[in-house]
Design a binder for this molecule. Structure first.
Ligand SMILES: Nc1ncnc2c1ncn2[C@@H]1O[C@H](COP(=O)(O)OP(=O)(O)O)[C@@H](O)[C@H]1O
Ligand SMILES: Cc1ncc(COP(=O)(O)OP(=O)(O)O)c(N)n1
Length: 272
């Protein structure tokens, strides 16, 4: 292993800087990890929404992954916006070829503003080609419904969805609870390691500044795994990172503003 932990993000670019590759690299940096990227698509995006998506050719994703994998090395990686079945196929082939196993799959489907970041016909490729390579998969509630084929109404439904997602080959799953409007003052993320369930319960912060929460959470998880942190401890650190990032909002933009990627490390420094 090299002296500094190395993490790769395979995802789309968000010109607004709150989600996608930009959020991932900021998060890696804040957690002391060397960040690398393979861009799958360029989105034209700000806090008001996504106005256009330019997917790159699948070979462009494959070549970027090969360039960093064959030279710099990768201790852990995450996937984010993959857009098409063809890009998923190219990414999965590279992960298999390099034999990487600290793989976080954030199954990005729809941005909070409603824009589609994954073609409907690509869902099956995500299930069959990427989930079997996932060390941890991190769906939000709508994504967990699509992947599991279940309508999720209760915590029991969430547990069943987690089991079904693991049955596709993912080793562990975190079903994030940000979209659970009925949860009141709490937000509950459900972690399943293939045998046992754990609930991560946090205070729900009343804010609209939540652009990029899922990307930031999965990037923090990837950074921790790159450092060799055990899975559940990595999930807990990622949860603390995103809580701090939402709580200390930056107030940028006119719509759903980005989270504060500086907050976690600043709070850590302050508590020393
Ligand atoms: N209002 C909120 N207050 C506290 N935590 C939140 C809030 N919204 C989302 N989170 C947390 O942010 C992370 C991302 O969740 P979620 O918003 O469900 O994902 P996504 O961005 O993929 O839709 C999860 O850990 C979730 O618990
Ligand atoms: C380029 C790009 N990738 C992913 C997303 C979705 O990010 P997410 O963290 O789920 O946050 P929202 O966009 O839903 O707020 C994105 N928007 N752009």
């Amino acid at each position: 292993m090299s002296q500094i932990a190395r993490a790769l993000t395979i995802a789309g670019s968000d010109s607004g800087g709150g989600a996608g590759i930009q959020a991932d690299l900021k998060t890696f940096q804040e957690l002391g990890v060397f960040g690398m990227s393979a861009i799958t698509a360029v989105t034209v995006q700000n806090t008001l929404g996504v106005s256009n998506v330019y997917p790159l050719p699948p070979e462009a994703a494959a070549e970027q992954i090969d360039a960093v994998g064959s030279d710099l090395g990768v201790d852990a990686l995450k996937t984010g916006m993959l857009f098409s079945a063809e890009i998923i196929g190219a990414v999965a082939a590279q992960i298999r070829a390099f034999g990487w196993n600290r793989v976080v799959v954030d199954p990005v489907m729809i941005a909070k503003g409603g824009a589609s970041l994954l073609q409907t016909e690509a869902v099956q490729a995500l299930r069959s080609q990427l989930l079997p390579l996932a060390y941890i998969v991190t769906p939000n509630l709508p994504e967990a419904e699509v992947l599991s084929g279940l309508s999720i109404r209760s915590m029991e439904d969430r547990r069943e969805a987690a089991k079904r997602i693991c049955a596709y080959g993912a080793q562990q799953v975190v079903i994030k609870g940000g979209h659970d409007a009925a949860a009141g003052e709490q937000v509950v993320d459900l972690y399943y390691d293939g045998a046992t369930f754990s609930e991560l319960v946090e205070r729900r912060i009343p804010t609209s500044q939540t652009h990029g929460t899922g990307c930031t959470f999965s990037a923090a998880l990837t950074a921790e795994l790159a450092k060799g942190t055990p899975a559940f401890e990595a999930v807990r650190t990622a949860r603390a990172f995103i809580q701090a990032a939402i709580e200390h909002e930056l107030g940028l933009g006119q719509g759903h503003g980005p989270t504060n990627h500086f907050a976690y490390r600043r709070l850590q420094g302050a508590s020393r």
